[in-house]
Ligand binder design. Structure first.
Ligand code: CP3
Length: 342
C-alpha cells in the first residue's frame, strides 16, 4: 500500500510520512504557466487530456506521494445551471449571480454525469498513468454558496451576511441544492476511481460558532454522511480549522487538514489516535529562503514524523509566488530529512 493510503488508514509504521501539497500543480510551476498561456483556465478544467497532464506535473517534477485532480471547486455550479467565470487578477465569479430567492427556486439539478462528465473522463485517463493515489475533491456547500452570492467572494461575505439575516430559508434551500449536487459530483469521482476525497469548505471556518453551526455544519454533515458508506477516506479542509476540530472530528471523516494556528500535539491528544491529521506548514515559507523551509519542515517532522496517521501538507494552497526550489526542498526534507524523527 502507498505511504499516503497507509497514513490515511492510520497504519504507517516506518519511513517518512507522506507529503502532498494543496495547489501543487499551480502557477509557481513554469510548466503550468506554459500550458496556461495557451489554454483558458475553464477549458483546462474541462478538457480531460489537459487536466490529466496538469495533474501529473507535480508527480513528475516533485515526486509527491499523491496526485490531486486538476479541477476547481466551482465547476460544480454547472450542475445548478450556472457557470464559473475565471478572469486574471480577480476572484472567480459565478454567472448569473444569485440575487433573489426566486432564483434559488429556479436552480436546476443537473446530474454530474451530464454537467461534469469531463471530471470522470479525466480520472479515467489518469488511472493507467499514475503510480500514486489520486485525490478527488469537492467544495463544501457553504463555500460554494458564498461564491454564488458574492460579487467576487472574499472574507467579508457581505451578501452572505445579508442572506443569513434576511433570507435564511432561501439560503438553506440553496445549501440543500448545493449539497445534492456535491454528493453527486463526489460519487462520480469515486466511481471513476479516486482513492481519497478532500472536501474544501474554505470559508466555513471563518464563521462565528452560531452561524457555523446553522449554515455550514449541517450541510457538511449531510455531505460526509452520504459519502462515507462509499468507503473512500474523506479529508476535511477549512480555513481556521483549528477552532473547529471538535465539530469537524464529530462528522466522522477520516481526517482533518489543519490550519497554521493548530497545535498538533494538543489536537492529537484531544481527538485520539484515530483521526488522520494533515498540514500545516505556512504557504508563505515557500517564497522565502530555502533554509527556512528546511528548518520549518524539520521542526514539523520532529513533532509529528513518527505519528502513523499524519500527512505533511501546507495550511493552505501553494501561492503563485512560491519558488520551485522551496517546494522541492519541502518535499525532499520530508523524504530524506532528519531520520531521527522516525
Ligand atoms: O490542489 C489543487 O491544485 C487542485 C485543484 C484546485 C484548484 N482550486 C485549482 C484552481 C483546488 C482543490 C481548488 C480549490 C478551490 N478553488 C478552493 C478551496 C481551497 C482554497 O483555496 O480556499 C477555492 C475557494 C476555490 C475557488 C477559486 N478558484 C479561487 C478563489 C480562485 C482564484 C484564486 C486562486 O486560488 O488562484 C480559483 C482559481 C483556480 N483554482 C485556479 C486553479 C488552478 C486558477 C489560478 C491558476 O491559474 O493557478
Amino acid at each position: 500500500m502507498s505511504r499516503f493510503l497507509e497514513a490515511l488508514n492510520g497504519v504507517r509504521k516506518e519511513g517518512p510520512p507522506p507529503v502532498w501539497l494543496m495547489r501543487q500543480a499551480g502557477r509557481y510551476l513554469p510548466e503550468y504557466q506554459a500550458i496556461r498561456r495557451r489554454i483558458p483556465l475553464a477549458q483546462m478544467f474541462s478538457t480531460p487530456e489537459v487536466a490529466a497532464e496538469v495533474t501529473l506535473l507535480p508527480i513528475d517534477i516533485l515526486g509527491v506521494d499523491a496526485a490531486i485532480l486538476f479541477s476547481d471547486i466551482l465547476v460544480a455550479v454547472e450542475m445548478l445551471g450556472l457557470k464559473a467565470l475565471y478572469q486574471d487578477g480577480t476572484a472567480p465569479r459565478i454567472i448569473p449571480r444569485i440575487e433573489t430567492p426566486q432564483q434559488v427556486d429556479a436552480l436546476k439539478q443537473i446530474p454530474a454525469c451530464q454537467a461534469n462528465s469531463y471530471v470522470a473522463r479525466t480520472i479515467q485517463l489518469l488511472e493507467p498513468l499514475l503510480n500514486c493515489p489520486l485525490i478527488g475533491f469537492v467544495g463544501g456547500p457553504f463555500t460554494l454558496a458564498c461564491y454564488c452570492l458574492e460579487e467576487g467572494a472574499t472574507g467579508a461575505m457581505q451578501k452572505m451576511r445579508f442572506w443569513m439575516e434576511h433570507h435564511p430559508e432561501a439560503l438553506k434551500l440553496l445549501l440543500e441544492k448545493l449539497t445534492v449536487a456535491l454528493v453527486d459530483l463526489a460519487k462520480l469521482q469515486i466511481e471513476a476511481g479516486v482513492e481519497a476525497l478532500q472536501i474544501f469548505d474554505s470559508w466555513a471556518g471563518v464563521l462565528p460558532k452560531p452561524l457555523f453551526e446553522r449554515f455550514a455544519l449541517p450541510y457538511l454533515k449531510k455531505l460526509t454522511e452520504q459519502l462515507k458508506p462509499l468507503g473512500v477516506p474523506i479529508l476535511l479542509f477549512t480555513r481556521h480549522s483549528a477552532s473547529y476540530v471538535t465539530e469537524l472530528a464529530a462528522l466522522g471523516a477520516r481526517g482533518i487538514s489543519l490550519s497554521e494556528d493548530a497545535d498538533f500535539r494538543e489536537i492529537r491528544e484531544q481527538l485520539g489516535s484515530q483521526v488522520v491529521l494533515q498540514g500545516n506548514l505556512s504557504p508563505d515559507l515557500l517564497s522565502g529562503p530555502v533554509s527556512e523551509v528546511v528548518a520549518a519542515t524539520q521542526r514539523l517532522l520532529q513533532q509529528m514524523g513518527g505519528d502513523p496517521a499524519f500527512i505533511v501538507n501546507l495550511a493552505h494552497g501553494v501561492t503563485p509566488a512560491a519558488k520551485v526550489e522551496c517546494v522541492r526542498a519541502l518535499v525532499d526534507t520530508v523524504r530524506n530529512g532528519s531520520a531521527a524523527a522516525w
